[in-house]
Design a protein around this ligand. Structure first.
Ligand SMILES: [Zn+2]
Ligand SMILES: [Zn+2]
Length: 502
């Protein structure tokens, strides 16, 4: 129950992006920013990794297992969220990483981005990340990127789980980035990180940090909540912020680590006769010393155990029994499914669903008449927020295409609303049209339309329904917004929310 509560607290902490973080990125996007509003847009970054991108919507990533891609451009999240991101692969690119003795390793990387160089990422949020990577080769993972060099990350947050199983030597997990150099400002990480070393032949070099596993970076005004689990038969380097703070042979110099907050714990063992067992609230092992290093607050627990034969995991039960509870989204909070073990109380969440208002009916502010436009508004029935305000006319000019807005909030009301639209279409064109009207939907996955004009809302989204007269002279469109009712949402999450359970 305690963990469930902390999960809820974590959600509360994640959702309002810090005002300071928002203030950091007031720069208006330049004209050459490509707008991204869906998964296809994100996938297209792979075609131009040097481009500049602006998110214009929250994007549900649940329908894909993400393949990490390199990135060298600018990504402005504009406060938007990628949610239900699932990653199990590493990217194709390799880079050389170096340990504390500057020994080089050809290394692979995993994260939303595999290798990130000279990139800027700001005001981007990742909610409900689930990473589980097998490190067959030397490997670093981070939810945003596995590797970075000369990158600037401002006002971003990550929340979720990352697991790395090591079969090689050089290996680490960072909450935001795995390995490298750059800047973090006003970032938040709420992460569960699990490292399991299966290489019993060689002593691994293992790194774990709430922000970065290994490297030399500026970290300012960041907040980390970490639950780390680390089973290592080599050398442990664990820190609340950074596992090992070291320039690692990169062309970077003295950096700042200040005004950060760290909460949580790392439970670990270092099965090694030459035991070092670095694990500290901020920087695990300080091979380089930050030039500005102050005002870091923590409530961090170093939890070292000395039994080496039992892999450390957040779920201690051999055979856990999970009970799933659905938390519905509200106007301000995310919905999600939380799975809690009946035996030990450990819980985790998935199937996140964005905050959602409940649109009411149109309210007339200024009535329209035959010669004047009117003004109408739609408010949320729960919180009262103004959702839409638009002008309208009582008699749209004919035969120009008309557009109407229909809100479908569940199968029960679909038929009634479609009848309104169908009726108005037929009435407007009864004189000029000959023969039956033809009905089409631009996106039949969201809204389907029968030959008689009956509209069906199929899933959450928007689509335009169009009618055309047989002689081609008369046509009109209707924008249909489909909102899930709670029970529809419940069914969808309930049916498909288990796919990623590991
Ligand atoms: Zn359990
Ligand atoms: Zn609302």
């Amino acid at each position: 129950m305690k963990k469930l509560l902390s999960l809820l607290l974590v959600l509360l902490f994640l959702l309002p992006v810090g005002g300071a973080a928002l203030a950091e990125s007031t720069a208006a996007p330049a004209k050459d920013f490509v707008e991204i509003s869906d998964l296809d847009g994100l996938l297209a970054i792979a075609d131009d990794p040097d481009g500049n991108y602006l998110l214009t919507a929250d994007i549900d990533m649940a329908s894909t297992i993400w393949q990490p891609i390199p990135f060298r451009g600018t990504l402005d999240g504009a406060g938007h969220t990628l949610y239900n991101l699932q990653i199990s692969a590493v990217g194709e690119d390799t880079r050389v990483t170096r340990d504390g003795n500057l020994v080089p390793y050809d290394t692979v990387f995993s994260g939303l981005f595999s290798v990130m160089e000279n990139a800027t990422v700001r005001d981007l949020h990742l909610v409900g990340v689930r990473m589980a990577v097998d490190g067959k080769e030397h490997c670093f993972v981070g939810m945003l990127a596995g590797y970075m060099y000369r990158c600037n990350i401002q006002g971003c947050s990550v929340q979720g789980q990352a697991r790395l199983t090591n079969y090689a030597v050089m290996s680490g997990i960072g909450g935001i980035v795995g390995y490298g150099a750059g800047d973090f400002g006003y970032c938040r990480a709420d992460v569960e990180l699990v490292f399991e070393d299966r290489n019993l032949e060689e002593r691994c070099e293992q790194f774990m940090g709430g922000i970065l596993a290994c490297g030399l970076v500026n970290i300012e005004d960041c907040v980390v909540r970490i639950q780390g689990y680390d089973s290592c038969h080599g050398y442990v380097h664990n820190g609340g912020l950074v596992g090992m703070y070291y320039y690692c042979g990169m062309d970077v110099h003295s950096q700042s680590v200040r005004r950060n907050e760290i909460y949580g714990q790392i439970t670990f063992f270092e099965d090694n006769p030459n035991r070092r067992a670095y694990c500290e609230p901020t920087l695990g092992e300080e091979m380089s010393v930050p030039g500005n290093y102050y005002s870091n607050e923590d409530e961090f627990e170093r939890n070292e155990v000395f039994e080496y034969d039992k892999v450390l995991k957040p779920e201690p039960c051999e055979e856990p029994e999970y009970q799933t509870t659905l938390v519905a989204p509200t106007c301000e909070d995310w919905g999600y499914a939380v799975h809690e073990c009946r035996i030990c109380g450990y819980s985790w969440a998935d199937s996140y669903f964005p905050p959602q208002h409940t649109p009411g009916e149109w309210e007339i502010v200024t009535p329209a008449d035959e010669t004047h436009e009117g003004l109408r508004e739609k408010h949320c029935t729960v919180c009262g927020e103004l959702l839409t305000r638009e002008t309208y006319t009582v008699a749209p000019p004919e035969p120009e295409p008309t557009e109407e807005i229909v809100t479908v909030r569940g199968a029960d009301t679909t038929e009634a609303l479609s009848v309104v639209f169908r009726g108005s279409a037929q009435a407007k064109h009864a004189e000029g049209a000959t023969g039956p009207l033809t009905w089409t939907s631009e996106n039949p996955d969201i809204v389907s339309v029968d030959p008689d004009g009956t509209v069906h809302g199929l899933r959450h989204g928007e689509a335009t329904v169009r009618y055309d007269s047989q002689n081609g002279l008369y046509h009109g469109t209707c924008r249909v917004s489909v909102y899930y009712s709670f029970w529809q949402w419940f069914l969808i999450v309930f049916c498909f929310g288990w796919l990623w359970y590991v």
